[in-house]
Design a protein. Sequence first.
Length: 373
Amino acid sequence: MRVLFQTRTNLFDAPGGDMIQMLKTKEFLEKLGVQVDISLDFEPNLKGYDVVHLFNLMEPQDIYRQMKNAKKQNKPIALSTIYGLYTEFERKARGGLFQKLANWLSPYQIGYIKVLVKHYKERRMHKGVLFMMFKGYHGLMKEIVDNTAVFMPNSHSEMKRVEAEFKLKNYRYVSVPNAIDKSIFSEKVSGRVNKYEKFQDCILCAARIEGRKSTLNLVKAVKGTDYKLVLAGNESKNQKKYVEEVHKEAGENVFFLGAVPHEDLKDLYKVAKVHALISWMETPGLSSIEAAAMDCNIVVTAKGDTYDYFGDQAFYCEPDNIHSIKEALDKAFNSEPSQVLKTKIINEFTWEKTAEITLQGYQLLQKTYVTKF
């Protein structure tokens, strides 16, 4: 079987969780004998491919054109939705004029404006953006999902959101978990020197510093405490004022490491006692899963699909409530690591499992796909 992965055109310029998901799924599918290529082009030649697998419905202006190309060349489409609107953040915590505007707009009108502004600033205007201007943000998404043969959300609850938002019926899907590489993120003890030893028993947040991750409130929650908070992630280029406020609010117990290579995160997880990802929405974050597998207690947002993964074995908080965040941090810090959660992750949320279920989705697609073109 030969599969082509496609997604947003700035994947490698602005890496995120979707990039890790794509690369790791590719790596482990290939171990199962599936040939996988990645193309960020809009109209590649699809001769010889059995499936076009699109990622990230939140970037419809790019994958819409890729979908149209697959349709034109009569190729079935699998879609990893990675779908979660940040409407509550935009309306409650974005700040400035846009927050006021967001309270008058629908979630998809908010998305429409954000895409236009982002592509204009980054000088990435293309036909997909023009299509969005005429069809709308929701309109592009709707056409993509209507031409999807099999959906591959990261959880059942994510699929329920997609079903409700786009009024889907008689669709096919497999729930493909976000995952860990257990050869890297499963052992706490190592014989080699850990360069992060000075952060022993810290609270770690491995995520981009931005409003959607509620980094500022996390910093405020540890202010005046004895906790060491380590922030490992890029700083948002589009939220410079927010990032400045995070630095301004941070005390001497907050440490900024910048981006850390994915494979090197294991050393941070080893010294961390708690991992905190208190976003306005998570589907969930890869770093939370990895950290839990390495004996960190997990503080996470209650918003999104986190419960599907962590159940009662995590400490939940509200991203806009500093008392709620502090309370969850205190409980997590003073609790033993959850071996129940660790075992669940190592057994159920690995890239081996992700690849197996993804392959099942392709096989389902091939058995049931009937051309419409």
